[in-house]
Design a protein around this ligand. Structure first.
Ligand SMILES: [Zn+2]
Length: 82
């Protein structure tokens, strides 16, 4: 692993040892491992927007599913209507 060909390897070996960390989910800044965001209000706001959009998409999916179920039940019940 270690390359001992050059004399000043101290700076290179130190650069490899990056402490455990994670990245902000919005701006991908390096942050503490247990955190999900860098702590800036902008990223927090963007994250809230993402959640809102995901919720909207989820409700749309549910609405489509409900619509499909409704259509199928109506289609099944047309048998005794005609
Ligand atoms: Zn951020």
């Amino acid at each position: 692993m270690s390359d001992a060909s050059s004399g000043d390897a101290s700076s290179a070996s130190r650069a490899i040892a990056i402490p455990a960390h994670s990245h902000c989910e919005i701006c991908h800044k390096a942050i503490k491992q247990r955190d999900r965001f860098c702590g800036s209000a902008e990223c927090e706001q963007k994250h809230q927007q993402n959640i809102a959009e995901k919720k909207k998409a989820m409700w749309k999916m549910i609405a489509i599913m409900m619509g499909l179920i409704l259509v199928f039940t109506v289609l099944n019940r047309t048998d005794w209507l005609v």
